[in-house]
Every structure is written in structure tokens, then in C-alpha cells.
Design a protein around this ligand. Structure first.
Ligand SMILES: Cc1ncc(COP(=O)(O)O)c(C=O)c1O
Length: 381
């Protein structure tokens, strides 16, 4: 991998380590009406649509901001004022969608499973059968809170059978885990430039069913987060309504080129799976215990239980790893004390092995003998 070694390697859920060529693509100033810039936009939108297998049915609407902006925009634009959203929750990003509904005063209900248990398609089935007011369902493909992979195919099938519309937060999965609109019916999928597609942060995008977007005119309670308005503006003059993140788009264009060169979703996914296997094996050899069984683990980010050894102090561990050039991530679980290590970004086998080596040296330096947790019972139900 060709990351510039003076930067620390980011083993996090984003922002991520990007390639030198993706960073270099930003060394130019574009006017928002430049012919070349407009062409870059067109190619980015076309590529994203193709990656989702959605050219015949959906459109790609890019949006300034972080991933949350585009999830919020998708909910606000697609769920009508008299609609109701059913949210499948097993972590912070599902809960965040409920907060969005609170802000937008959209009716919603929740089918919740613990953070280490996948979304429940049977619970969804029952909830949809019981409540005719529900118009839309929302789910998170990979819940980055724990790193769990949710059964999106089954969720989509149940939702479609009940003739409801599905909104997917595929932020941390899209580009590395297959999500094809021809097999998994959805009205909207939201993701961002800087996760598995390895661009820099600053923009998100939604892949939205054209017919649903056409019907959504006037729904959005926010001007800047109105995907219908953003799309119709772009269709009219090929430009963004408001100042585009030009450099981010140029970097994203380069990152998408590199994604294709790597073999698209299959190639990127294979590298991340290998990263994840190396990480899990190496950490287990040291005695660390991961939260999830391998069958539920997405190759995106791994949650580890905090070691019970009294000499383990997360801040110290984090700082020492940082000094060695590796950035990890605190835990976000409510069920267990934990930390996370990511497998995504411009990292491969060499970088994962170097990270494990740094962890080995760090725990030795801290005098930690036992890397396992105190009790597993509470967390691994
Ligand atoms: C599944 C998921 N949804 C939404 C978000 C929010 O993205 P952002 O922090 O870019 O707003 C994240 C961020 O990690 C995520 O993993």
C-alpha cells in the first residue's frame, strides 16, 4: 500500500488512510462551472450508480457534508410529513436515525436488538403486519458501533413483501460489501466518500429510486438537505445548488478509479476481509477477545473487549500506539467496555502486521499480562 508513512495509519471507521494519489488529486483549484469539473462530477455519479447496480432504476444524488447529512437528507426527503418510519436498531447509527425523526417530527417506531445481535427480520415482519401507518423502513447495513453485519437481503425482502419502502444506511459497507439494487430492493441508500471507497471526508451521496424522488417534491423540511431539490438542480444545469466541495470530489473521482482498478467491490472486500482475518488472529494470539462471533463480524471494524488487567489503561494504550504511528478508536458500545480497530482504508497485510507488532510492543511496555476481559457474560449474550 502506498500511504505516505509520515502520517499515522488510521485504523478507524473514518476519516481513513487514503492513497497518495487520491491526496494528490486535490492539488488543483477548480471553478464550479469548469467543464472539466462538471465532467468529473458526471463520472463520479455514474460510477456510484453502477456500483449499486442501479443505473436503470435509481439516480445518484451527491451532497456536501459528512455521512449523517445524507442519512438525514434521505429521511427528510423521502418520508412524507404524514408518513411513519420503522427503524431497525442495534447500535448508535440506528439510534441516530431515531434522533433525526425527533428533530424532523416524523412519526417512527423502533425494533431493537442488543448491540451484539443482528437486526431481526421476523420482528420486522410482525411490526409491519401490525402497523399499517408505517410507510418506510430504515436499517444500517454494517452497524459500525460494534462492526456487526445486518441481514440486509432478508430485511429488504420482508419490506418489499409488505410493500413498504426501504432506506439503507450503508455508510461503512458500501464499496466493500455487495449491495445491488437488482437483488436488494431499496428506495434509498446513503453512504459517504471516505469509508470503503477511500476518498477524503466532506461529501456523501444517496442512490435513490427515481420514481420515489420524483414523488418527494416538497417533503423535505430543510432546504440544504433536500435531495429532490439537489437532484433536480443538478439535472437542470449539471451543477451543485450550493458551493461544491471541489477538492473532495476530485479526490473521490481518483479514489473511485483506484477502487475499479482493485477489482471493484469484490477486490476491495477481499483486501478488507484479509485485513480483518490478520487482525483477529494476531489479537487473539495476544489474548484479546472480540465482541462478535466471526459469522456476524463485518470486515470493516472489530470491537475488542477492554482487557481486565489492572495495568491496562486505554488512554495510555491509545497514546503509545499513536506514537508508534497507529490510530485506533474508542468503543461505542453500551453493553460492554471496549475499543475498536478498523480494517478499512488504504491498508493491507503489511500495515496490519505492523499494527499488531506495535500493539505487542505496547502491551509489553505497559506490563500487561492478561489481555482478556474480566467477564464475558454480560456482553456476549
Ligand atoms: C453506519 C454509519 N452511519 C452513519 C455514520 C455517520 O457518518 P459521519 O460521521 O460521516 O456523519 C457513520 C460513521 O461512522 C456510520 O458508520
Amino acid at each position: 500500500m502506498s500511504a505516505e508513512r509520515q502520517d499515522p495509519l488510521l485504523l478507524t471507521p473514518g476519516p481513513l488512510t487514503t492513497s497518495a494519489t487520491t491526496k494528490k488529486a486535490m492539488l488543483h483549484d477548480w471553478g464550479s462551472r469548469d467543464h472539466e469539473f462538471i465532467e468529473i462530477n458526471r463520472r463520479v455519479r455514474e460510477r456510484l450508480l453502477a456500483l449499486a447496480g442501479a443505473q436503470d432504476t435509481h439516480v445518484c444524488v451527491p451532497l456536501q457534508g459528512s455521512g449523517t447529512f445524507v442519512v438525514e437528507a434521505a429521511i427528510g426527503t423521502l418520508v412524507p410529513r404524514d408518513g411513519k418510519l420503522l427503524i431497525l436498531v442495534n447500535g448508535a447509527y440506528g439510534r441516530r436515525m431515531a434522533r433525526i425523526c425527533d428533530y424532523y417530527q416524523r412519526a417512527y417506531s423502533v425494533v431493537e436488538t442488543p448491540e451484539d445481535v443482528p437486526n431481526d427480520p421476523d420482528g420486522l415482519e410482525g411490526a409491519l403486519a401490525d402497523d399499517p401507518l408505517i410507510t418506510h423502513v430504515a436499517a444500517v447495513h454494517c452497524e459500525t458501533t460494534s462492526g456487526i453485519l445486518n441481514p440486509i437481503e432478508r430485511i429488504a425482502a420482508v419490506t418489499a413483501r409488505h410493500k413498504r419502502a426501504l432506506i439503507i444506511d450503508a455508510m461503512s459497507a458500501f464499496g466493500a460489501i455487495d449491495l445491488d439494487a437488482r437483488k436488494v430492493p431499496f428506495d434509498a441508500m446513503a453512504a459517504s466518500s471516505n469509508k470503503c471507497l477511500e476518498g477524503v471526508p466532506g461529501m456523501g451521496f444517496a442512490i435513490v429510486r427515481r420514481a420515489a424522488l420524483e414523488r418527494a417534491q416538497g417533503n423535505a423540511p430543510s432546504l440544504s438537505l433536500d435531495l429532490q431539490d439537489q437532484w433536480s438542480g443538478m439535472e437542470a444545469n449539471a451543477q451543485w445548488r450550493f458551493t461544491p466541495p471541489t477538492h473532495v470530489i476530485a479526490a473521490f473521482h481518483q479514489a473511485l478509479e483506484e477502487h475499479a482498478q482493485e477489482g471493484g467491490v469484490a477486490g476491495r472486500g477481499a483486501r478488507y476481509r484479509r485485513n480483518c482475518e490478520i487482525l483477529l488472529k494476531g489479537m487473539r494470539e495476544m489474548g484479546f477477545v472480540s465482541l462478535l462471533p466471526d459469522a456476524l463480524q463485518a470486515p470493516i471494524i472489530v470491537t475488542f473487549h477492554m482487557p481486565a488487567d489492572p495495568k491496562f489503561d486505554f488512554k495510555q494504550f491509545y497514546d503509545k500506539l499513536n506514537q508508534r504511528g497507529f490510530v485506533i478508536y474508542p468503543g461505542k458500545l453500551t453493553v460492554a467496555d471496549s475499543f475498536r480497530i478498523g480494517c478499512i482504508g488504504r491498508l493491507g497485510e503489511t500495515e496490519m502486521r505492523a499494527a499488531l507488532d506495535a500493539i505487542r510492543k505496547t502491551i509489553k511496555e505497559m506490563g500487561i499480562i492478561h489481555c482478556g476481559p474480566k467477564q464475558l457474560a454480560a456482553a456476549t449474550r
